[in-house]
Design a protein around this ligand. Structure first.
Ligand code: AP5
Ligand code: ZN
Length: 218
């Protein structure tokens, strides 16, 4: 299984990626998680990316395409992969095509903007595993502690209200165009075209998971 998850910041891409990667035994390629790991490691890339991310902008296409191409060389991608947060611009989507990086499905998770700020303000994450929680909607078993490892959870630096608003604006200006890009390609029936599926990202996490699994089996 090879797929792309599309959706606004806070739509639940990371949350659903965790279910889908387990089911299909594929790696989750989250470009946001990769950048946050580079920040934590204090690399030059991390330091440059942090400024852009904290301002709610996008890291340059060349850097992101390079990161993804390197990641796909790793042996765990042989069986398929799940992209979470990539591609985010038409240039990134075109680069995938040019490099023969194909997918079987594009899954859009649809959530209205009005719900996003509340989702972000309650988000808590476990960076080492990519597991995501919410203080109200998807709480861990023990406050601020990862269910599996018992390690502390963290809040993301870019989840401040002003930054979230900026990220939503950037999503509508630069990423949303990809919904039409993939929808049109899927309908073209051309060789290599992915299947396009859209699900509602609102409601209990398990309900969205079941909708995602159903969409990926059609
Ligand atoms: P990235 O990490 O990709 O952030 P994002 O796209 O803004 O998405 P999020 O991770 O914020 O949301 P999500 O959809 O994963 O939602 P989640 O499951 O966590 O990117 C961060 C930054 O890195 C970018 O701004 C950019 O600067 C840079 N970057 C990354 N990739 C790039 C690229 N390709 N090109 C250029 N720059 C790039 O859920 C959110 C919250 O909601 C959680 O608390 C969760 O528990 C809760 N929740 C989930 N589902 C539900 C539900 N059904 N009901 C209620 N709550 C729910
Ligand atoms: Zn995410």
């Amino acid at each position: 299984m090879r797929l792309i998850l599309l959706g606004a910041p806070g739509a639940g891409k990371g949350t659903q990626a965790n279910f889908i990667k387990e089911k299909y035994n594929i790696p989750q390629i989250s470009t946001g998680d990769m950048l946050r790991a580079a920040i934590k490691a204090g690399t030059e890339l991390g330091m440059a990316a942090k400024k852009v991310m904290d301002a709610g902008g996008l890291v340059s296409d060349d850097i992101m395409i390079g990161l993804v191409k390197d990641r796909l060389q790793e042996p765990d991608c042989a069986n398929g992969y799940l992209f979470d947060g990539f591609p985010r611009t038409v240039a990134q989507a075109d680069a995938m095509k040019d490099n023969g990086i194909n997918v079987d499905y594009v899954l859009e998770i649809d959530v209205p903007d009005a719900l996003i700020v509340e989702r972000m303000s309650g988000r808590r994450s476990h960076p080492a595993s990519g597991r995501v929680y919410h203080t109200k909607f998807n709480p861990p078993k023990v406050d601020n502690v990862d269910d599996i490892t018992g390690e502390p959870l963290v809040q993301r630096d870019d989840d401040k209200e002003e930054t979230v608003k900026k990220r939503l604006e950037v999503y509508h200006n630069q990423t949303e165009v990809l919904l039409g890009y993939y929808n049109n390609w899927a309908q073209s029936g051309l060789p290599g075209a992915p299947k396009y599926r859209k699900i509602a990202g609102v409601g209990p996490v398990e309900q969205v998971r079941d909708a995602a699994f159903a969409a990926l089996s059609e």
